[in-house]
Every structure is written in C-alpha cells, then in structure tokens.
Design a protein around this ligand. Structure first.
Ligand SMILES: Cc1cc2nc3c(=O)[nH]c(=O)nc-3n(C[C@H](O)[C@H](O)[C@H](O)COP(=O)(O)OP(=O)(O)OC[C@H]3O[C@@H](n4cnc5c(N)ncnc54)[C@H](O)[C@@H]3O)c2cc1C
Length: 558
C-alpha cells in the first residue's frame, strides 16, 4: 500500500449500508483504480468517519468519497458534511436512487457536492468511471501533498508546544506544525477527537495520538531509547553534546561497553548552532544538526547505546562501581563515568519573565522558532557568538532583528567574521550599551523596556526575544560528590592538587589524578562543564576522546 517514496496511496472511500451494494461499488472501483489508489469500504456513516479520521491522523490523502444517500442514523449528505470537516480536499459523490434526485440536488449546496450518481450505474465504463476519472483529474490538479511525518498541533504562545517542537527538532525528528486555531489544525483536532483544551497534540506517522506528551513519551513514540539495555557498563557518559558524543564514539570504537545518557537531545549547545564555521575539516561550515546527526550515527555504528530524555540526578560511589541515578528513579552502574554535561543558558532575571518563557521569550531555541518570526521585529539579547549566529539566521525570516548588547561594542565578545556578516545585513541593528529592564505581555510577549547606560528607558513593541547571555554549568546534583569551582564547573587533574602538589582529601589511589579525572577516581569530566575548559566544539570533542584514553588507563589499574 505504499509508494516507492514511502508515502501511502491516496484513498477512494465508499460508504453504503447495503453490504451487497457496498461490495459492488468497491469491486468496480478496484477494477479500474486499484493499482493507483487504495479502495476503502465502509458500511455505515460512523465507520466511514472513523476510517477518514484514521487516515487523517496517519497523513493519508483521500481523493474521492462516494456516499449512499439513504443510510440509517446518518444520511449520505450528513456524512459528507462531516467528512468535509476532516478531508475538505476530497471530491464528494452522492449515490442516489431516482426517487431521491431532489435531495441530491439540494445537497449540492449543503456539502458542495461534486456529483450525484444514480443507482444502478451499470455499466460502470459508461456511468461510473467517466465521473470518477473527471473527479480524480480535478483532485490531482489541486495541491494535495501527503504529510507522512509527525504532526504537532498547538498554540502559538504555549510554552509546552514550543518545548515539544524543540525536542523533536533537536532530536532531528521531522514534524509539521499546525496552529490549533487554523483550519488544518482544527481538522486534526477533530480527527483525533480532541476539544483543543489540552495541547499540544502530537500525531505520530502511524496515526497514534499523544496529548501534552512529556519528553519521555515523545522519545518512546519516535523510537528513541530512554532506558538502558544493561545494568552494568564499562563507561557511562553523561551528556550528549560534542564532548559526550566524542567520548561515546571513542569509547565504543575501542571496545568499551558504553552508554551515553542525554537529558534532552544529543548535540548539546552545538546542536543549536545554525552554522559552526571553525570546526576542523569543514571549510564551508557545518550546521549543528548535521554534525550531531553524523556523530550520533557514528557512535551508534560503533555500538554505543544512546539514551534520550534521560536526566542524571545523582552519582553514587560504591567501591569500584559508579552508579548514576536518573530522574525517573532508575539507575545504571559502570566501572567509569565521563561527565560531559556542558553548560546551559543563563536565565535573565526580570519580574514576569518566567511566565513569558516559551511564549515569546526563548533561550537558545532560535532555530525552532524561526518560522514564527516571519515578518516580525525580533530582539536578541547578548553579544557573544551564539547571539551573533542567531541574529544572522533569524534575519532570513524576521522583518528586523535588533541585537541588544550590554557592552560598548561587539569586538570584545564576538568573532570578527560574525561581526562582518552582521554589518553586511541591512535588517540587523546592533544596539550597544543597552539592557532589557522589563518585559511586558499578558499571555505572550508584547513589549520590552530597554535601558541605556545613562539610565534612560524606552518601551518597544516586541513579540519575540531570544536570550543568549552566557551560560552556566548545572552541576548542583554533583554537590558533595565531585569537587566544583566557585562557578559550579568540575575541577579536574592538576587543578585538584593543593599548593604542595598533594591530591584532594579522601583521594585513595597511590597516584595523582589523571589530567581529566575529577576528585572521584574513575569519574572524568570533559568539555564545557570542566573548569578552565576552552568552550569550543573542537576542544570538547578532543577532551571527550582524551577522557576515554584516561578511562582505559584507569581500568588497567583496577
Ligand atoms: C548557539 C551556539 C553556537 C555556538 N557556535 C560555536 C562555534 O561556531 N564554534 C565553536 O567552537 N563553539 C561554538 N559554540 C560553543 C560549543 O557549542 C560548546 O563549546 C560545545 O557544545 C560544548 O560541548 P559539551 O559537550 O561540553 O557541552 P554541551 O554542548 O553543553 O552539551 C551538554 C549536554 O549535556 C546534557 N546534560 C546536561 N545535564 C545533564 C544531565 N544531568 N543528565 C543528562 N544530560 C545532561 C545537555 O542537555 C547537553 O545536551 C556555540 C554554542 C552555542 C550555544
């Protein structure tokens, strides 16, 4: 039933309560159209509607619907009227007896009927096929494209709708987004039997429906693993950014039983970058999504297990074993652990901002929200490379982009190539010496109060603001287990030694900590989460690889 490109054939649906007639219509249709179309048969209006709903949810197309006029419980006209709510593009034919011609003519107005067909239609070559041929020709001329991918129906200003889209996008699951108050969104809600009060609605390619799903629900639905297959590994890597993916690739390729656990989506910060221009081997730049996809496939090919929507919440040390506990209460143990949890965007601290987050205010989700910026005036807060990349990217969608920078210039915080790119784009304005002093809006962002260095304030209209004001490690869950610096970054190797060159208190091995090893033997840190790290994709990947080499050394000494 599927085409070579993976899409399902469009359907011709026939509904007749008389089984004999129903079979006859289906038989005649199948004879002529069976190769190119799927012939679906129902024996009541209710069954017909159920079939239409299922097809809608799966993203299947319906080209022509033929309904008998006289059916118990629901007439053909009523059926076609309801069918229109779900598949408005399908051509509609009413099958009538001679006596019902009047009703059929009335139906032309009610349901915008394309044709009525008098029963019996023998021979079909003369009475049925010419009609259906014409309707199919008209249908094919209109623009109907199947939507075989995941569909998300939500509200423009709903934080969870935004979260679901971001989760799917960052995990590289193709999806189509529909607003719940637009026609197709309403049709999908009808097909799923939802009243729209609980959103978002996610419809998987197979037609399965999820209401207000959690990240775990989504991960399971789209086929991403969320639970470990084994109880014990050689290596657990926590965090799926460049450092973690690097560690997983090298760990698995060098024969370690490796599992990588990631809270949201592999790729980390780099996965959110529109274009990484300074990563070795990509002279024309590479998008974060591409780099992530390749790294994921590489790690999986070498046999690393990747878990998504899986947040580490505790690390326990028991003799030689290291146990990582997860937010859902499960746990996994291993000989060694590499912490690659990177950093997360720092939040702006302003009254009312939490309520508007995901409703016009976004932290680093510039790529997912780009479509919503079409024709809008967009504000970006921050003066570093991530803010610059977002400005360049969003300028392709937004009417204008204003970069709000606290400092006196971009030079101190942004790479030269990006400053030049920004200068060449007329729709980007850079406002230096400016900070956001207030946010305004009821259920979504509507305005900002901007303040310059002299203290003067200005109220501007704003519907979207993207915040890139630096990042901090989220390592509170490691408190009291591994040593962290004053900012929460994990301290490793030589930095653990005191002035006399002695290892930290409680350090048991008769050797000093290895270069990327934390204050707990066998637990390493790599990438942005590590104190004094370089905060670059290349260095994160490099440290991930190097940490694996040190894991081998640690395991040899066990
Ligand atoms: C928009 C943007 C553009 C950038 N552009 C460039 C560039 O062009 N060139 C460059 O060199 N660098 C760039 N950087 C910086 C670069 O992306 C980072 O240095 C790099 O991603 C760090 O990698 P990492 O693996 O150490 O950490 P991260 O990328 O931060 O990844 C950490 C991962 O760990 C996960 N995690 C955190 N806590 C937990 C937990 N408790 N349990 C499970 N998982 C957890 C997070 O969800 C995340 O996926 C950019 C950064 C951003 C934000």
């Amino acid at each position: 039933m599927t085409e070579p490109d993976g899409t399902r054939r469009a359907a011709l649906l026939t509904v007749d309560d008389d089984p004999g007639v129903s079979r006859a219509v289906a038989r005649d249709l199948r004879r002529r159209y069976g190769e190119r179309y799927r012939i679906v048969r129902a024996e009541s209006g209710a069954d017909g509607l159920e079939a239409l709903r299922e097809m809608k949810l799966r993203g299947d197309l319906v080209a022509v619907i033929l309904a008998d006029y006289r059916m118990p419980n629901m007439t053909g006209v009523e059926f076609l009227e309801r069918a229109m709510d779900i598949h408005p593009g399908a051509r509609r034919v009413l099958l009538t007896a001679y006596a019902d011609t009047g009703a059929a003519i009335d139906a032309i107005n009610v349901v915008d009927l394309d044709h009525y067909l008098l029963k019996p239609w023998d021979p079909p070559e003369e009475k049925l096929y010419p009609v259906v041929d014409d309707l199919l020709e008209a249908w094919l001329r209109s623009d109907h494209k199947p939507v075989p991918e995941t569909k998300v129906v939500g509200h423009r200003w709903s934080a969870r709708s935004s979260g679901v889209r971001e989760f799917l996008a960052r995990n590289q699951v193709p999806y189509r987004w529909y607003l719940s108050d637009q026609a197709e969104g309403k049709r999908l809600l009808t097909a799923a039997g939802c009243d729209g009060l609980r959103l978002p609605l996610v419809i998987a390619p197979g037609g399965e429906v999820l209401l207000e799903p959690t990240d775990q629900d989504l991960a399971a639905q789209v086929g991403l693993s969320t639970t470990p297959a084994e109880e014990f590994y050689d290596l657990v890597v926590i965090g799926g950014g460049p450092a973690g993916l690097g560690a997983a690739v090298y760990g698995a390729s060098e024969g370690l039983r490796t599992v990588l656990v990631e809270r949201t989506a592999t790729g980390g910060q780099a996965g959110q970058s529109a274009r990484i221009e300074n990563y070795l081997g990509f002279p024309d730049g590479v998008s974060g999504a591409q780099l992530t996809d390749r790294a994921r496939r590489q790690a999986t090919r070498f046999g690393a297990e990747l878990l998504t929507a899986c947040e580490a919440t505790a690390l326990e040390v028991g003799g030689p074993s290291r146990t990582v506990r997860f937010a859902d209460g499960t746990a996994v143990s291993a000989h060694s652990v590499i912490l690659t949890t990177g950093v997360a965007y720092r939040q702006l601290d302003l009254p009312g901002l939490d309520e508007l987050t995901g409703r016009g205010v976004y932290y680093g989700s510039a790529l997912t929200e780009a479509d919503g910026c079409e024709g809008q005036d967009v504000f970006i807060v921050g003066g570093a490379n991530s803010a610059g990349q977002a400005a360049v990217y969003l300028s392709r969608h937004a009417k204008s982009v204003t970069l709000l920078v606290r400092g006196a210039s971009l030079e101190a915080s942004m790479s030269h190539y990006l400053i030049q790119q920004i200068a060449d784009i007329p729709t980007i304005t850079v406002r230096t010496g400016t900070r956001v002093a207030g946010v305004h809006g009821e259920d979504h962002l509507e305005g900002l109060t901007l303040q310059d260095t002299s203290g003067r304030t200005e109220l501007v209209e704003a519907q979207r603001m993207f915040v890139f004001i630096g990042a901090a490690p989220r390592t509170d869950w490691l408190d009291g287990v591994v040593r962290r610096d004053g900012h929460g970054f994990v301290v490793t190797g030589p930095d653990l030694l005191d002035d006399a060159g002695r290892p930290p208190l409680g350090w048991e091995p008769d050797r000093l900590p290895y270069h990327l090893e934390t204050s707990v033997p066998g637990v390493f840190a790599a990438g942005d989460v590590r104190s004094e790290s370089a905060k670059r994709v290349a260095s994160a990947v490099g440290e991930g690889a190097m940490a694996v080499m040190l894991v081998h050394r640690y395991l040899e000494g066990l």
